[in-house]
Design a protein around this ligand. Sequence first.
Ligand code: ATP
Length: 520
Amino acid sequence: MAESPSKSMDKIMALCKRRGFVFQASEIYGGINGFWDYGPLGAQLKRNLREAWWRDVVMNPCGGLAGPDGRPVQIVPLDTCIIQHPQVWVASGHAETFNDPMVDCRETKARYRFDHVEVFVPAEGTGGDKPLFAFVSGTPSEQKQRRKAEKAWGSVKVVPLTSVPREQWPRVLAPEAEKVGSLTEPRAFNLMFKTYVGATATEDDVAYLRPETAQGMFVQFKNVLDSSRIKVPFGIAQVGKAFRNEVTPRNFTFRSREFEQMEIEFFCHPEHAFDWYRFWRDWRLGWWKSIGLGSDSLQLREQTQDELAHYAKDGAGTSDIEYRFPFTAPGFGEIEGVAHRADFDLSTHQKHSKTKLEYFDAERGELLPNGSHKGERYVPHVIEPSAGLDRGVLALLCEAYTEDASRASPELLLLHPRLAPIKVAVFPLVNKDGMPETSEKLYREVAEEFSTHGFVEHDVKAAIGKRYARMDEAGCPFCCTIDGQTAQDQTVTVRDRDTGAQERIALDRVVAYLRPKLGL
Ligand code: ATP
């Protein structure tokens, strides 16, 4: 199938709106920057991704694969509150360090994340006194500044603002600014949304919307241990909303202010932490591939020492699983981080809450004459695979988006059948000769089987080619059509979205035929 070498984000966003995948939040009021709603198809696609993760991580961890200790991987679920005790964020370091350095523009009052600002500079040296044109990639400022820079300098190149020496900052022209030199020195800015708990709303009542789901799992570590028979090594997993007051939300849903995370905190003995780190890093990469993210647009990248978050200790590793989005290409953007957090979180909560968060491992320690072990008490180390649900959905949509001028639907979504929001469509070829009645019957049977996993559609209107095209554009993998032959031999055609090929299948075998193809 012909696929365009570079996909257009504008076209993907237009399709998302047209077919009800993603809408701007509060659109009729002009929208609200950094917030997105999911339409009918998007809501189901997102749910399918969340459920696939839940099933493969929590209910059937790693598909039954043994961990590095040779035993089945154990994970238990949890669902904790968005608002936690404010001390949680002091202990976690978010209150202190969850700050991205920012630069403000004194002229336009816009605020930018320091590491997001790039600058067009002359390709040959930065001499002269003409302006250096700052922009944020993926925003309208990029094209505007490029035009101005090329007019001023001829040939230009891009460098990060972080690498522009301070003595040259008076020459930097900020996006949308008229005068050079309007950017302030970088300063810290807290990304947590602040709110008040209770009616009085004094400074004593301040609370924060969680910037990650992770902390709830550390804070409940002891309750989970005490209330179940689970033993280290094991993981806690949860899915839920997180909020970050991002300074420059952009690139569609990629950087939003409200988003959903799918996180695992995996607790293990410190000696085994690196084995588990490698295990999770590799298994998570394979998982994304298994649900349809092509291998050449997906990569694993070990973070450099400079990028490591505040919890990373010497030698601790963090890998990002990255996807080549149309707006990052030829570069990549993170969809999941797999971090070796050592004992940072449990130790800090132990210290701040004055509650012991150690584990007593009866199977370790000195061997006693009676054949049992003396036991060992330790604070487990943690491996954290932390994935973004919204970024996952966006990657799936970008990967699935395909242009093919030779088809009735020149734009279509080749979504993995397991994730597709519409699983199956059932049509009568024409709306007469008993065909609608037969298709209605088949539709009910198919819907009964598959509707917990997505929509099953029944459409009797329009020319058949048009109905197929509509389904292709929405990513529906299979269409079943009742035609003139059905009444004679009790078969229907099943059309495969990817190839357009049609097969005749007995009416009473349609469900059994589709089930494995839908990955159910
Ligand atoms: P970035 O460097 O892109 O800001 P991060 O490294 O801060 O991301 P983490 O704190 O590791 O992100 O969060 C884990 C996952 O949560 C990310 O891999 C991403 O998928 C998702 N995520 C983080 N911030 C956002 C956001 N603003 N919008 C959507 N998803 C996000």
